[in-house]
Structure formats: structure tokens, C-alpha cells
Design a protein around this ligand. Structure first.
Ligand code: GLN
Length: 488
């Protein structure tokens, strides 16, 4: 058996497990070995529990021998370190929760476990999922396997790198404003942000609750679909959770028929600030759809220019509220002090990093008396306008194609001292969460050896259609099969 997963897709691994060519235990060991060999260079992993993972793998092998045939049975998976998986820390990439141990499973983790998937590691991330580069972590920055001097993108940096570098064929990240799509684009993997509510948020540390979604990650759209298929379905523990139609099409995903498909290109996503090389790669990708009979339609989403401001006002407001639970009383680290107020202040002062503090301050300001109407309320109104733009566009087109980010992966350190530059990396990914729409990032090509992602956006609850469209693209191209050349 190969010593690494290489380009092995989730489906081919699943085939190998079913035929008995592979055992889940041996596969899990390969994944754990790869982490041990590669992670000193990439820093994508925060913790592992090999004993428990190998035990789960042996149990999966027994189920396989009995003839069980689930798509995720025996498949190793990596979880972002804001997901609860019993017995392991939920560090959130933060000093404050570095030693906080999960005592229950997130719903999506529980469903993966029931399907026989094997969690093998927790993944590094920007602290509390706030960031776009993977550099704001108490565990240090994660590196891009395509170029170790560059960022992998964030905040689900470790989850994405785990798939890109062959630690596991499947991973979970979270996406509040782009956190699976941006790094997927930077690292040449496929990642879905489902319609808001389609995957339960129960057991994932809340960042901005009206925007947070779980994001499945794999090399291919069909791999994403396989993992996604075992996690969907309403969850009574998340009051915003909803059912998704068409989930029976997720297993054994078929390519969408591209004939007559109407694809919108919003002019606001192809204007100033877009790297010309990225633009031409996205245009080429759109050309692939067009050659197969899709019609390309120029559209406008006129309120796009307000999206970054709107997102960062709403996001920080919700962050300031969600972070208030980390005060040294119940969760994570506590710095002793003479009074309760001093203890809380000291714990938060020492426990949170710069970016988290910046957002708590900004959010508390937006929500404060006298500023609430001018900032938070206004942002809510802008959110409605951004949503309406999409609703109108989807009267004319079936899906929308855009770049994932204006640029390729940037050098480590380039934006850490300039929060605004960091926020601007999210220009194309923060719009869809505001409108609660499904979207995905898929490999679209390369410039100077660095991957470029293409984003597809669909109407609410069209998640399966989006995956089928990406799958059709991946039947016609081989970008998603390319793996980083220089892995040790
Ligand atoms: N980069 C965005 C932010 O910093 C998105 C983060 C996310 O999706 N978790 O808020």
C-alpha cells in the first residue's frame, strides 16, 4: 500500500475499503504517519489521539467485514479545533481555551462517527475563527503546502491543509465569512459552505451566530458530497437547522447537465483590485462551462461594495456577545486576581490575541447606546439590500461564478500588521453568508505555481445542484488532481 494518500480521492479510498484492498486501521496509520512527517513543516494540527482513532478504525473494519457499505465508513477525517469531539481539547486556536477538553460531540461529529468516519486530528485555525490567513493562532501560523513561505488562508487553515497535504481525504472547517472557501482556493481543494442552517452548529464554538456554517472539505466535489451526505438533516439541538432537499443525490454524485445552464458573472467581482492572472483563470473556467452549452450572462449585484463593511459590523457585534462567555468563570483558563472583575479582566487580557480583542472592542462599540442605530442597525439594512441583489439575480441565472479571492496566497507576515488589508482578502466571500446562500470553492487553475479558486454561488437550498455543477467541471478538468510538488 502507498505510504501516503497521494491524490487518492475519497471515493477511490472508499472503493479500496469496500473491496478489502485497504483496511481502515492501516489507512488511519498512514494518515497519522503523514501528519507526523509533514506537520513539523506545515503546522496544521493542534492535537491527535492515535489510540482512540485506531480503535475506531478497527471497529470500522469489523463493520466493513460484515458487509456494511456507508460512504464514510472507515474514512479518516480532520476536525477544525472549534468542533467538540469528546476527550480532545477544543482550543479554538486560543490561549484561553488551549486546555479546554470537550465533554460531548458536536452534532456533525456525532453523525460522522455514526457513519463510521475516523476523526484523526484537530486542526489549527485563526483564533476563534477570526482571520483570513491562518496566522492568528496561539499555536503559530500554518503554512501553505504549495509554498511554505505563504499563508494557506484562513480561518480553517489546518483543515484545508490537511486535505491538501494528504493527512486525510476529508475535513471539516467552519465558514462565517469565507473561512473554508478562501483557504480552499489558496490550497487547491474543494470546499462547500452550505445554505445557512443545513448543517447543525451545535457543538461548534460560536463566532458570529447568524453567519456561522460548517464547511465540508475534500479534494473533489464528489468527496465533499459524500461527507456532506451523512451530516445533513434537521437537528433539534440547533434551532436554526433545516432540511435540505435532494440529499439522496449526494452519494454517487452525478455531473450536472451544463446545456442551457445560465451562469451569471457579476461585474462587481471582476473590477478593481482583482489580480489579472486570477481574472483570466476564472474566465477560462467559465469558458469550460460555456463550451458544454452553458450560457454566460453579465449581471450586477449593486450593493457588493458595502459587503465588507456590513459583514465586519455584524460579525464583530455578534463576536463581542459570543466571546463574553470566556471570562475565566466556566470555560478555559483563569488568571487568579483579588476581585471577580479583576480576574475576568486579567483572564481576557492574557487569554485573547490581538485580533479577537480588536473585534470585541469594535463590536461592543457598534452595539453601544447612541451608536447602535448608526452602525449595527444600518448594517442590518445593508444586509437586506445585499440579499435582495442575489434574489433578483437568481431570477435571471441558475448560478453565479466569481473568483474566491482577489489574489493568490500571500506571503506570511504580509498583512498581519494591517487588519484592513486582511479584511479586504474577504471581498468576494463575505457577501453570500450575509445572504445565507450556498457557495463553494473549487480548483480553477494555477498562476506561478500557486492555485486559484473559482467560487460558485447558488440560490438558497441549491447545495446539491452546486456540487453537481462543480463535479461536472471536475470531469472536464484536472486542476483538482494536482498536489503540492514539494512535500517532504
Ligand atoms: N476572514 C473572515 C473573518 O475574519 C471570515 C472568518 C470565518 O469565516 N470564520 O471574519
Amino acid at each position: 500500500m502507498a505510504a501516503t494518500l497521494g491524490t487518492g480521492s475519497l471515493e477511490s479510498i472508499c472503493e479500496g475499503l469496500r473491496s478489502g484492498d485497504l483496511s481502515s486501521e492501516a489507512l488511519t496509520q498512514v494518515c497519522l504517519d503523514t501528519i507526523q512527517n509533514q506537520d513539523p513543516f506545515l503546522n496544521a494540527i493542534t492535537s491527535t489521539n492515535p489510540g482512540s482513532s485506531l480503535g475506531l478504525a478497527r471497529a470500522a473494519d469489523i463493520r466493513l467485514k460484515k458487509g456494511e457499505r456507508g460512504v464514510m465508513l472507515g474514512i479518516p477525517v480532520v476536525l477544525k479545533d472549534n468542533f467538540h469531539w469528546t476527550g480532545l481539547p477544543v482550543s479554538n486556536g486560543s490561549k484561553i481555551t488551549r486546555s479546554y477538553i470537550a465533554h460531548y460531540d458536536a452534532t456533525v461529529v456525532k453523525r460522522l462517527l455514526e457513519a463510521g468516519a475516523i476523526p484523526i486530528a484537530k486542526a489549527n485555525m485563526d483564533e476563534f475563527a477570526m482571520g483570513s490567513s491562518g496566522e492568528y493562532s496561539a499555536f503559530g501560523p500554518t503554512r501553505n503546502p504549495w509554498d511554505l513561505s505563504r499563508v494557506p488562508g484562513g480561518s480553517s487553515s489546518g483543515s484545508i491543509v490537511s486535505v491538501a497535504a494528504g493527512y486525510a481525504p476529508f475535513a471539516l472547517g467552519s465558514d462565517t465569512g469565507g473561512s473554508v472557501r478562501l483557504p480552499a482556493g489558496f490550497c487547491n481543494v474543494t470546499a462547500l459552505r452550505p445554505t445557512y442552517g443545513v448543517l447543525s452548529r451545535y457543538g461548534i464554538t460560536a463566532m458570529a451566530s447568524s453567519l456561522d456554517q460548517v464547511g465540508p472539505v475534500a479534494r473533489t466535489a464528489s468527496g465533499v458530497a459524500a461527507g456532506f451526505s451523512v451530516m445533513t438533516g434537521r437537528d433539534a439541538l440547533d434551532s436554526t437547522s433545516i432540511d435540505l432537499p435532494g440529499t439522496e443525490r449526494l452519494v454517487g454524485l452525478k455531473p450536472a447537465s451544463l446545456k442551457g445552464l445560465r451562469i451569471g458573472l457579476p461585474k462587481e467581482y471582476f473590477g478593481e483590485g482583482l489580480d489579472p492572472a486570477v481574472r483570466s483563470i476564472v474566465e477560462n473556467a467559465v469558458g469550460v462551462f460555456e463550451r458544454e452549452g452553458a450560457s454566460i450572462i453579465d449581471i450586477s449585484l449593486p450593493h457588493t461594495s458595502y459587503a465588507i463593511d456590513t459583514y465586519y459590523l455584524i460579525c464583530t457585534s455578534e463576536v463581542s456577545s459570543n466571546m463574553s462567555r470566556f471570562d475565566g468563570v466556566r470555560y478555559g483558563a483563569r488568571k487568579p486576581a483579588d476581585s471577580l472583575a479583576d480576574m475576568m479582566a486579567e483572564t481576557r487580557e492574557q487569554g485573547f490575541g490581538e485580533e479577537v480583542k480588536r473585534r470585541i472592542l469594535l463590536g461592543a462599540f457598534c452595539l453601544s447606546k447612541g451608536y447602535y442605530d448608526a452602525f449595527y442597525l444600518k448594517a442590518l439594512k445593508a444586509r437586506t439590500l445585499i440579499t435582495k441583489d442575489f434574489l433578483e439575480a437568481f431570477e435571471k441565472v441558475d448560478l453565479i461564478a466569481t473568483p474566491v479571492s482577489p489574489d493568490v496566497a500571500f506571503p506570511i507576515g504580509e498583512k498581519t500588521l494591517n487588519p484592513l488589508a486582511m479584511y479586504l482578502a474577504d471581498a468576494y466571500t463575505v457577501t453570500t453568508p450575509l445572504a445565507a446562500l450556498p457557495c463553494l470553492s473549487m480548483p480553477g487553475g494555477f498562476t506561478n505555481g500557486l492555485p486559484v479558486g473559482v467560487q460558485l454561488i447558488g440560490p438558497a437550498l441549491s447545495d446539491v445542484n452546486l456540487l453537481e455543477a462543480a463535479h461536472a467541471f471536475q470531469q472536464l478538468t484536472d486542476y483538482h488532481l494536482q498536489t503540492p510538488p514539494n512535500l517532504n
